[in-house]
Design a protein around this ligand. Structure first.
Ligand SMILES: Cc1cc2nc3c(=O)[nH]c(=O)nc-3n(C[C@H](O)[C@H](O)[C@H](O)COP(=O)(O)O)c2cc1C
Length: 336
């Protein structure tokens, strides 16, 4: 595994610099090609044919720069973004931290991205191959957050295979308030209306935080289902800091991802599935870094899974390794 040799050099760099190098390497074609997908891993979810159920989570390819590379590396689908209407720089650096002993990351990037127009132009220019979702957010100083999501739905409806309404980043102050029962129905009604009047109507998912209590969760699931939204992504990063051994960066503000998020996000997925029944498609994300972890998400009710932090620690071969291990496993994802 070449990544074992490269990783120490990458980890000697600031994590954001290392991420920039990874994007440059993918752009330059320097990545392992996955073998042809095993037909046993195919899944049909919300009307789309996924070659395998392992996706690249939002935040890795915020600006749709490496979609085709990520698909060629073996991801069954790629979610780009979070994209905001206008380009924005995000929070001051440093704003991304590795907690290596915990195989985790804390980030407070704050939706740094190139904005709707630049990302749309990239997606529109590529040949439509593979499944690409677009994760939508709001500008930090937006005067009308609902309007930002509506603009995202309108802008990307014709190039996205699905859209994600991200109301769960901990790094845009007040964003998570949109999950509350006073705000969510109006937001989702506006999103549903924007989709209904767009030339193409892709499936829409809502991405939630893992820091919600059970009552709040039940209200969200029912609101999402009642609004005619197709599903949920469970979950974004956590503001909790339970069970960490790394003391250097554990105190940094931001969202925690990776292994320490696995239990919390998987338990939450299980709860969401039990409340939602078959009303919603669910994507399980948080701490997936092996086929066993992916299988645990399927067992908890996921139709698909995504990962990001696992790849930082395991390297670019991770998606195809997970796919190969799942294909060999007698317990292929139960729901279809
Ligand atoms: C550096 C970094 C940036 C992220 N940026 C975004 C983002 O822009 N939008 C989003 O919805 N999630 C974002 N996420 C969250 C991931 O999509 C995912 O929900 C979370 O990291 C849990 O999965 P993981 O443990 O496999 O990383 C980001 C995560 C990391 C580590």
């Amino acid at each position: 595994m070449i990544y074992r040799l490269i990783r120490p050099a990458l980890f000697a760099l600031d994590p954001e610099t290392a991420h920039g190098l990874a994007i440059a390497a993918l752009n330059a074609g320097l990545y392992p090609r996955a073998p042809a997908p095993d037909p046993r891993l195919r899944r049909r979810v919300f009307g789309l044919d996924f070659p395998n159920p392992i996706g690249l989570a939002a935040g890795f390819d915020k600006n749709a720069e490496v979609v085709d590379a990520a698909l060629a590396m073996g991801f069954g689908f790629v979610e780009v973004g979070t994209v905001t209407p206008l380009p924005q720089a995000g929070n001051p650096r440093p704003r991304m931290f590795r907690l290596t002993a915990d195989r985790a990351i804390v980030n407070r990037l704050g939706f740094n991205n190139a904005g709707h127009e630049a990302v749309y132009a990239r997606l529109a220019a590529r040949e439509r191959k593979g499944i690409v979702g677009v994760n939508l957010g709001v500008n930090k100083d937006s005067a009308d957050r609902v309007a930002d999501y509506v603009a995202g739905v309108r802008r990307f409806a014709d190039v996205a295979d699905y859209l994600t309404i991200n109301i769960s980043s901990p790094n845009t102050p007040g964003l998570r308030d949109l999950q509350e029962k006073e705000a969510l129905p109006a937001l989702l009604a506006a999103v549903a209306e924007a989709r209904a009047t767009a030339p193409k109507a892709p499936p829409v998912l809502v991405k939630i935080a893992p820091d919600l209590d059970k009552d709040a969760l039940a209200a969200i699931v029912d609101t999402v289902a009642a609004a005619g939204i197709d599903g949920m992504i469970v979950s974004n990063t956590t503001i909790a800091r339970d069970g960490l051994t790394d003391r250097t960066h554990a105190g940094e503000a931001g969202g925690l991802s990776g292994r320490p998020l696995f239990r919390r996000s998987t338990d939450m997925l299980d709860t969401v599935r039990s409340i939602a029944g078959d009303r919603l498609v669910l994507i399980g994300v948080g701490g997936v870094d092996s086929a066993e972890a992916a299988q645990a998400k399927f067992d908890a009710g996921a139709d698909l899974v995504q990962l990001y932090t696992g790849m930082v620690y395991e390297g670019p071969g991770l998606p195809s390794r997970i796919a190969a291990d799942l294909a060999l496993s007698p317990r292929i994802p139960a729901r279809s």
